[in-house]
Design a protein around this ligand. Structure first.
Ligand code: BG6
Length: 467
């Protein structure tokens, strides 16, 4: 392009967190346990009981986000604070906490963007079968109604389920299915179907109860590259895109199962049981926008039809590949971060274009960022030039995508403030704000502005002109 389009006025520059990774206070004020609270943690890493203790530091934290000039803040509500048992009695103290938090956010002129469910399913529901049980759909609908009724006067942007596609694809790691089942994937796709119906019901309810609010899904979407120009590799990329990305968004937007994904269910024996009215509900719900998380692109090759298909792609910690469908591959053109995740800013532009061309809905990025071992130096200094570089490159590509014609209304990188990573503890940091604690030593939990804090502040102040 000869000339870049500027970022739109009122662009939502912000940042993201999730309840269980930041709040702590895991059993305070009537909160019930979630699946996260009951899970085993990898050895040597922190649990989520205290996390960044945001529950007790929220005023200070929101003031820091305001100081950075945040226009929007994306956080999640812990279902178990509102309904300690997933359903039944409402816990007023949970409502109070989020009322206070939202008031604090709004009082600083920041737009709250609320994720309704970010991995932390109430354990009480899990004990009754979790997402395998259709009652969880009803529980989610009632929970959604409670959120809209209590917070809908101040929250205009809602996200249904964070990274449903990752919960399903890596169900053994972050999902809620027993890997010892005879056909765990079939069970996962049944859970997936129930989550999709729950999401559709929540979207409809949102539009009925708070007509001025907007709601959308929040999957992790990334462009899938073929390992070579071999037609078979291209078909593998096509297969994996359908299973990883479009299955979720086609359903959210068009209310139908993606053909390639459905055919894959049939071939593999994963076809879910669908009740009479499900497809009507799914077809009736429409999102107002698409939110998505992007960290790395992924590359796949043609399946070799056996165990050698199982490999890695994009995130080197996550095993992918499925005989007969695709084989996980590395991308030799990309550098990896310290945790083995491929870094691909241009892939971010590709992804934005791909999603927008396909669905024509406004887009917001609800996660993007770099996990690193930041060091607190003497004089309250945390230098994180690598994070600045990572974000700068992605923001540049986002501006190119906007110049390409993609409608983007916000960028909320992961994470607003340091928190506990999903499975690599608190030493893998993502925030603009350092939280002084170690895996097992809580220290004083004090907040320290990183170098990236000042950089992002200036970027926001100039609406992205000063990158
Ligand atoms: C996303 C999740 O998948 O990636 C976040 O929505 C998560 O909850 C983030 O923290 C980074 O992943 P990780 O494993 O480094 O914490």
């Amino acid at each position: 392009h000869n000339k870049l389009k500027p970022f739109p006025a009122n662009f939502f520059w912000g940042g993201s967190t999730s309840a269980y990774q930041i709040e702590g206070a895991w059993n305070e004020d009537g909160k019930g346990p979630s699946v996260i609270d009951m899970a085993k943690y990898p050895e040597g890493t922190a649990d989520f009981k205290v996390a960044s203790d945001h529950y007790h530091h929220y005023k200070e934290d929101i003031a820091l986000l305001a100081e950075m000039g945040f226009k929007a803040y994306r956080f999640s509500i812990a279902w178990t604070r509102i309904y300690p048992n997933g359903s039944g009695e409402v816990n007023q103290k949970g409502i109070d906490f989020y009322n206070n938090l939202i008031n604090e956010i709004v009082s600083h002129g920041i737009e709250p963007i609320v994720t309704m469910y970010h991995f932390d399913l109430p354990y009480a529901l899990q004990q009754k079968g979790g997402w395998s049980n259709r009652e969880t759909i009803d529980a989610f609908e009632i929970y959604a109604q409670t959120l809209f009724e209590n917070f809908g006067d101040r929250v205009n942007y809602w996200l249904t389920i964070n990274e449903q596609n990752m919960m399903i694809l890596h169900g053994d790691a972050i999902g809620t299915v027993d890997p010892n089942l005879e056909n765990p994937k079939k069970e996962l796709y049944q859970q997936n179907h129930h989550m999709l119906v729950a999401q559709a019901k929540a979207m409809n309810l949102c539009h009925q109860l708070i007509p001025n609010a907007k709601i959308g899904p929040a999957p992790n979407i990334v462009s899938i590259y073929p390992a070579s120009s071999k037609p078979e590799d291209i078909m593998a990329a096509y297969n994996y895109s359908a299973i990883r990305n479009w299955l979720y968004l086609d359903m959210a937007v068009f209310g139908r199962y993606n053909t390639t994904a459905w055919n894959y269910f049939e071939e593999k024996g994963y076809v879910p049981t669908i009740l009479d009215f499900d497809m009507e509900v799914l077809a009736s719900a429409k999102p107002d926008f698409i939110a998505f998380n992007y960290y790395t692109s992924q590359t796949v090759a043609a399946s070799e039809g056996d165990g050698s298909d199982i490999g890695h792609t994009g995130d080197q910690h996550i095993t992918v590949g499925e005989p007969g469908v695709y084989k996980g591959a590395n991308n030799p053109n990309l550098k990896k971060n310290e945790f083995g995740w491929e870094i691909d800013p241009v892939g971010f532009r590709n992804t934005l274009r791909e999603i927008y061309d396909r669905y024509n809905l406004p887009l917001i990025i609800t996660e993007n960022g770099l996990g690193a071992f930041d060091k607190l130096e003497e004089g309250e200094i945390v230098n994180d030039p690598y994070r600045i570089e990572f974000l700068r490159k992605h923001i540049e590509q986002m501006q190119l995508a906007i110049t390409d014609g993609v409608e983007v209304f916000g960028f909320c990188p992961w994470s607003a403030i340091d928190l506990i990573s999903t499975h690599q503890g608190c030493s893998k940091r993502y925030g603009f704000i350092f939280v002084n604690r170690d895996e097992f030593d809580l220290k004083d939990l004090r907040r320290i502005r990183k170098q990236s804090f000042y950089w992002y502040k200036e970027l926001i102040a100039t609406n992205g002109e000063k990158i």
